[in-house]
Design a protein around this ligand. Structure first.
Ligand code: G1P
Length: 291
């Protein structure tokens, strides 16, 4: 099962990190020196993704600009002999024609955002990557999932899962655990944001999926679920009646960058993983931590 395309739903308003996101997409918030969207783009590229599909919305134009060439900037850097900076820009530049942008015109939910990409994805399995969530690990979370999909070798759907404390299960989609196959398990059921005390397990759906194109037909029925939104989890529950779903327990630390605390923690974790920043930051942080 070759996964060539990834869908990035980036239409969300980012209300949890206001006022930072009043005039700027949350996906452009930086973790160390790269916007969130570049982090997940790199993760997808590492996993072998060849086509990157962004489902955008109002005020998201800077995401499109970010993946374009900036001629004036290139020319200025060149004139100033800034080779290292030019190399960074060239490294992050997608191949011509490898990115597509479509628009979710109304905020009807994650399932609806994914459905908006149906014509660009076409009739092949594809990945969904939620840019709010970063996983710090090499190989990346999506590469681990693609590897798992290849191991399975059958037409199936995969969801990245990680255990969360019982008092947090109501914030996520949760999977019920069926037969185990090493780091994977057959998904025996799913529920989007279960009421406290009703979750079938602690395995929360993380923002990485590999899905079969039949999901689009189910999403197309536009049924509303939790919070009155068209939920991806509900469409997956529908597809699970006809196809297999596996939960993949991935290696790596998950960071919810759509929350203020998670965003700050991700910045520290990613900076501490950088040899050029680690020592200086450790010294600086000591001042704050030790008072
Ligand atoms: C979405 C999904 C949920 C998943 C979560 C992961 O929820 O609907 O199943 O657990 O992402 O971040 P959201 O965070 O958009 O409410």
């Amino acid at each position: 099962m070759k996964i060539r395309k990834a869908v990035f739903p980036v239409a969300g308003l980012g209300t949890r990190v206001l006022p930072a996101t009043k005039a700027m997409p949350k996906e452009m918030l930086t973790i160390v020196d790269k916007p969130l969207i570049q982090h997940v783009f790199d993760e997808a590229k590492e996993a072998g993704i060849e086509h990157f599909i962004f489902v955008t919305g109002r005020n998201k134009g800077s995401i499109e600009d970010h993946f374009d060439r900036m001629y004036e900037l290139d020319a200025t850097l060149e004139a100033r002999g800034k080779k290292a900076e030019l190399e960074i820009l060239a490294r992050d530049q997608p191949q011509a024609g490898a990115v597509s942008f479509t628009r979710q015109q109304s905020p009807l939910g994650l399932g609806h955002a994914v459905w908006c990409a149906r014509d660009i994805v076409g009739d092949e399995p594809f990945a969904v990557v939620l840019p709010d969530e970063l996983v710090l690990h090499k190989p990346g979370c999506l590469a681990q999932m693609v590897e798992a999909a290849q191991q399975l070798g059958e037409k199936s759907n995969l969801i990245a899962v990680q255990e969360v404390p019982a008092d947090q299960t109501h914030q996520y989609g949760i999977c019920a655990v069926g037969n185990r196959h090493g780091k994977m398990f057959e998904v025996a059921g799913m529920v989007e944001k279960p009421a406290k005390g009703t979750a079938p397990s602690n395995f929360s759906i993380t923002g990485r999926y590999i899905l079969q194109p039949e999901i689009f037909k189910i999403l197309g029925t536009q049924e509303r679920g939790a919070g009155g939104e068209i939920q991806l989890t509900d469409a997956m529950i529908g597809l699970a009646k006809a196809q297999k779903f596996y939960g993949v327990e991935f290696a790596g630390e998950r960071h919810d960058c759509g929350s203020k605390a998670g965003f700050l923690r991700a910045n520290i974790a990613y900076a501490m993983a950088r040899p050029d920043l680690r020592d200086g930051l450790r010294e600086e942080m000591r001042k704050y931590v030790e008072g």
